[in-house]
Design a protein around this ligand. Structure first.
Ligand SMILES: C[S@@+](CC[C@H](N)C(=O)[O-])C[C@H]1O[C@@H](n2cnc3c(N)ncnc32)[C@H](O)[C@@H]1O
Length: 209
């Protein structure tokens, strides 16, 4: 692999801004040693930062876009605990990773930039790939019943729907229902800067026979 030239890699300013508050959430939820599957890794900035700060986490980046994977690999090349990125489309019924193999699944900024079917598929995939008691941590903007939608999020929602009518901010209550249907209990909400939420769901352990 060629030496990493950070200037040439894709870069998200939002990922840079939100990484510190998200890392604080992950530290509060995950054990110091954990196997983490990241869905929709994008530029790989979160994979790189979180793995640098918490080297006890074995990190598996993924994304649906094949062209994103080399940059993620380059960005994380110096981190042995980051696995080679895997091509993963949440919407496929079988993900190319072992079942029951992850203590946590982390996914930022996917549900509003994909069709609503992605939500149920994400929950069902999380239920297949988490160990019982494992955590699904989601990050992004949401609509919440009984809470005013911040002006920035309202404008973002309008922009998303104009770009693709299947996109848009999701209602937290509906996401919780999709999680419950897959066997994931809503555990905790963190209010993060810029009107974003981090949501923690926990895979229920199977009932004893
Ligand atoms: C807004 S970016 C977020 C990237 C990163 N998680 C972050 O927060 O900076 C959305 C990402 O979702 C990925 N994505 C969209 N649809 C997907 C799908 N069906 N399965 C997996 N990833 C998907 C895109 O390729 C893109 O990398």
């Amino acid at each position: 692999m060629n030496p990493v030239d950070p200037q040439s890699l894709p870069f998200s300013a939002a990922s840079e801004r939100n990484r510190a508050p998200i890392l604080a959430v992950l530290r509060a939820v995950l054990a110091p040693r954990a196997r983490v599957l990241e869905i929709a890794s994008g530029t790989g900035q979160h994979a790189e930062h979180f793995s640098t700060e918490c080297p006890g986490w074995t990190w598996q980046p993924t994304d649906v876009q094949a062209q994103a994977l080399p940059a993620i690999a380059q960005r994380c090349a110096r981190l042995p605990q980051v696995q080679a990125p895997v091509l993963l489309d949440v919407l496929t019924p079988a993900w190319p990773l072992p079942a029951r193999a992850f203590d946590a699944i982390y996914c930022a900024n996917l549900l509003h930039i994909s069709p609503w079917a992605t939500c149920a598929a994400l929950m069902q995939g999380a239920a297949r790939h988490l160990v019982p008691g494992g955590a699904l941590v989601l990050y992004g903007p949401y609509r919440v019943d009984g809470e005013p939608l911040a002006e920035g999020n309202r404008a973002f929602d309008v922009d998303l729907r104009a770009r693709n009518p299947q996109w848009g901010l999701r209602a937290l209550a509906e996401v919780v229902l999709a999680a419950e249907a897959a066997g994931l209990a809503f555990e905790r909400r963190f209010d993060l800067p810029a009107n974003n939420l981090a949501l923690v769901y926990r895979l229920r352990a199977p009932a004893p026979r």
